[in-house]
Ligand binder design. Structure first.
Ligand code: ZN
Length: 374
């Protein structure tokens, strides 16, 4: 199937101007100047996209796809995520993970749900482990999980500075990170260690010690929820200034909301290529309720519309930046020739109009198209 997106304003996420995007099967085959001869080819299905803006499909690096464990007993267990909610949030790739509960939730279930979501159209990866260290694995350890299980791209979300964590010490973290690093090297994957940072007293102290006292690469670590309180956020800024990577959580109410946090990072001259945003969707929120995946898109649009932050910059956090952290760049997170055809199209008011996942049109005119598996 050959599809031409004609006259579309392109953010790759860098601004590229008006272009024609030619999709062949599941990849972006060519990005052409507008009015290219491709539209005259009768083999090509042309979609007029004038007035629409294209960005790479959003990558959400932190989603409790099987539902987070409730924190108020069994009745508060959060449900699995629905494909509809993912697609209507402009998201084409998710990374699934377990949280506090590795008793009633399992890695097998996580893997099965990731595979189901893939059949429903999106791309998926997962983390081995949960909050606690030593982590739970599919095989004997995280090294062989990375080597043997295709979808595993790292360990997470392991918790620090949180009363719900296993209170890991430096040695625990070093052992886990070394194994993930080796697994990443052998398998050619990210071998990322994704770290849940809670509201505890120690914040990122353990992370700083880990980096000071080991030879592990700083790119291997991605602490998240760093905008949950002011003190942690200040620590995270320092961490990023010193070469670390940080992940903000969308929909934050108690701490610093993403648009405000992003503005603060810009004003303080933090290198935004070190920053990503994820939703923490279907995770349980202390005190009740669940994280919603829509908050990620809502926060991005608020950054642009209310805080006047450049769309190129805003979308790079959830496309190019996270793709690099996951070692999926340039296959994902960019509109370029040869990349996966994961493309989000929005109108001038930043309403989602179309969504292509691996070259397949999944959302059109803001509505999900019929899909046998949904
Ligand atoms: Zn978390």
């Amino acid at each position: 199937m050959l599809t031409l997106l004609k006259d579309v304003e392109c953010f790759s996420p860098e601004y590229r101007g008006i272009k024609d995007i030619l999709i062949v099967k599941d990849i972006i085959y060519k990005i052409l100047e507008p009015n290219s001869s491709a539209s005259k080819n009768e083999m090509v299905k042309t979609i007029n996209c004038s007035g629409l803006t294209a960005v790479p499909g959003i990558i959400d690096g932190h989603v409790h796809i099987t539902g987070g464990g409730g924190e108020e007993g069994f009745v508060s267990r959060i449900k699995e995520i629905d494909i509809e909610d993912i697609l209507l949030s402009g998201i084409t790739t998710v990374v699934g993970l377990l949280g506090a509960d590795s008793q009633t939730r399992s890695l097998k279930d996580l893997l099965a749900k990731a595979k189901a979501l893939e059949t429903q159209g999106i791309s998926t990866f997962i983390y081995s482990g949960s909050y606690a260290i030593p982590i739970i694995n599919f095989t004997e350890d995280i090294t062989s999980d990375l080597v043997l299980i295709d979808k595993v791209i790292g360990a997470g979300e392991v918790a620090i500075s949180d009363h719900r964590s296993s209170n890991p010490c430096l040695k625990d973290m070093l052992e886990l990170s070394s194994k993930a690093h080796l697994g990443g090297l052998i398998s050619g994957k990210a071998g990322l260690v994704h770290i849940h940072v809670g509201d505890g007293k120690t914040g990122l102290d353990l992370m700083n010690r880990l980096l000071n006292e080991s030879d592990l690469p700083i790119e291997q670590f991605l602490p998240t929820h760093v905008n949950r309180n002011r003190e942690l956020f200040e620590q995270a800024k320092f961490f990023a200034e010193n070469g670390g990577y940080i992940d903000l959580t969308a929909g934050e109410k108690a701490g610093i909301a993403v648009p405000e946090a992003l503005q603060d990072l810009i004003q303080n001259g933090i290198d935004l290529s070190h920053v990503t945003i994820s939703s923490d969707a279907n995770g349980s929120i202390p005190g009740g309720g669940a994280g919603r995946i829509q908050t990620l898109f809502d926060d991005l649009i608020q950054c642009i519309q209310k805080y006047n932050i450049n769309p190129e910059l805003v979308f790079s956090l959830v496309t190019k930046n996270i793709s690099k952290r996951l070692k999926q760049y340039p296959q994902k997170g960019v509109l370029s020739e040869g990349s996966d055809a994961d493309i989000l199209l929005m109108d001038k008011s930043f309403h989602i109009n179309k969504l292509f996942c691996m070259g397949k049109l999944m959302v059109d005119n803001g509505q999900i198209l019929n899909n046998k598996w949904r």
